[in-house]
Every structure is written in C-alpha cells, then in structure tokens.
Write a protein that binds this ligand. Structure first.
Ligand SMILES: O=C(O)CC1=CCC(=O)O1
Length: 262
C-alpha cells in the first residue's frame, strides 16, 4: 500500500513496472478508483512504469468535505508526481481525469510530454446539470443515481452481463462527499481557451455509446490541439478501458511507441 501526503490530502497510489521505466500516469473518472485500469494493465507492454492513483475523495485516498476545485485536483496530481520524481510522463486521463490532464499540461509541461484525452472534454455538461446531480447525491447518496450512471458508463450489451454489478459496486462505494466535491470541480471548469494553447502530442479516445462525453465532444476537444489524433471505440460507452480493453490497450500502446516513449 503506497500513500503520499500532498497538501491537505493523503493520496493512495500504485506503481507497476520497473522503477527506471518510462512513466505512464493514469487518472480515472468520477465515481471510480484506480481499479478502473485493471482490465488494460496486463495488456500493456512491459518495461514502462505505470502509475495509478485515487484522486481526493475516491478509493483509499482521504476525503475532504465537498466542494473541490479543479485547481485543487490538478495541484494534488502535480504534487504526487513531484513526490515520485516523475517528469515527461505520458498522462492518460479519462473523463474528469482528462480534465486534470489538460490542466496539468497547461500548468506543468515539464511533467507531461504527451497526453491521452479519453472520454472527456474541455468542458463537460453544464453547471445546472452538475448542481442537480450534487443535490441528488446530497439527498439520496450515490445510490440514488447509480442506475442512470450505469446507462452512461456502459453499452446496453455490457449492461446485460454479470460484470455490471462489480462496477456498480465500485460507484456506490465511493464517498458521497468525494463524488459531490469532484462534481463541483467539473461544474466550474471550462478549458477551451487554455487547452487551445497546448502544443504536445495528444490522442483522443471516445466510446461510440458514451452518454456523458459523446465522441463529438472528445473530437472537438482534441481538435483544439494541432496534430492531435482521434480514435473511436465502437462497442463501448464512457469506460472503453473496461468494455473493450484489447482495443484500448492496442491504441494506447501504438501511441506510446509513436511518441517515442520508452
Ligand atoms: O456522467 C458520468 O457519471 C460520467 C462522468 C462525467 C465526468 C466524469 O468524470 O465521469
């Protein structure tokens, strides 16, 4: 079990791979913890240093009371990477993790040499939508919205499998305060202008059936960065690393090689 004290939070993280491997950092989505990446890790090439962490209010990391800001989530990540001595990583961010990727690249390009913006946007939803979601969790806990979240996370085919229950359990076992805190951070974020100024190799990944960050949003976001690439995963919703891990691992592996990482 690895823990890092970064400012007002203690973050739980995990490293797989050799200490001297080229670093690949993963940041996951709202309502998930680092196990989100379990399906793809065994499919990725050996020799890299794969770093995962639970953002504040999620997984085994500490959970300050809601609300959080995107700035705080970015600073947590920056401090974790500084703590680990990471520089020049490929940063893979899914959904809110992709917002953290954009903000981190704007703030500390020395940390990020390339990024994967998976199922994310420069802006996700509207403040009114997030206010409603926060109010629903405050009233009924995450359980109150879990079924609706499953419809956005997964395709109808996947929702018919027994595996659905495991991911639903992951969602409802996150902290309500962590979920509300990160929802508030997303609500207050619009990265269209700062992301437009970024110049680094970028790959967008989208799921054709994503009910939260549809393919057009992902494409529009990566198109802000000249030279970016885009990959659509057809039979997947918001979490293609879970639904189509082979496809996800293949496109990520190709990107790692193309950007000359490792
Ligand atoms: O809509 C959802 O629940 C999925 C999601 C939106 C932002 C994020 O990180 O996850």
């Amino acid at each position: 079990m690895k823990l890092a004290d970064v400012g007002d939070v203690r973050l739980h993280y995990r490293i797989d791979g050799p200490d001297d491997g080229a670093p690949v950092v993963f940041a996951n989505s709202l309502g998930t913890d680092m196990r989100l990446w379990d399906p793809i890790l065994p499919l990725l090439p050996p020799g890299y240093k794969y770093i995962r962490f639970d953002k504040r209010g999620h997984g085994l990391s500490t959970c300050p009371p809601s609300p959080y800001t995107m700035g705080a989530l970015i600073t947590d990540t920056e401090r974790l990477l500084d703590h680990l001595g990471v520089r020049d990583c490929v940063f893979v961010g899914l959904s809110i993790g992709g917002m953290i990727a954009q903000g981190l690249a704007v703030k500390r390009l020395d940390l990020v040499r390339a990024m994967v913006l998976s199922n994310t946007g420069a802006k996700i939803g509207t403040p009114a939508m997030w206010d409603d979601r926060i109010a629903d969790v405050a009233k009924g806990g995450i359980e109150a919205l879990a079924d609706a979240v499953m419809e956005r996370w997964f395709s109808s085919e996947f929702r018919a499998t027994p595996e659905l229950e495991l991911w639903r359990n992951m969602l409802v076992r996150q902290e309500d305060q962590g979920y509300m805190g990160c929802s508030a951070a997303i609500s207050g974020t619009d990265f269209y202008t700062p992301t437009s100024g970024l110049r680094l190799p970028t790959l967008g990944i989208a799921g054709a059936q994503d009910g939260s960050t549809p393919p057009d949003l992902v494409r529009e976001t990566v198109d802000l960065i000249p030279g970016s690439q885009f990959h659509l995963i057809r039979k997947a919703g918001h979490l293609p690393c879970v639904e189509q891990p082979e496809d996800y691992a293949e496109v990520l592996t190709k990107f790692l090689r193309e950007v000359g990482h490792g």
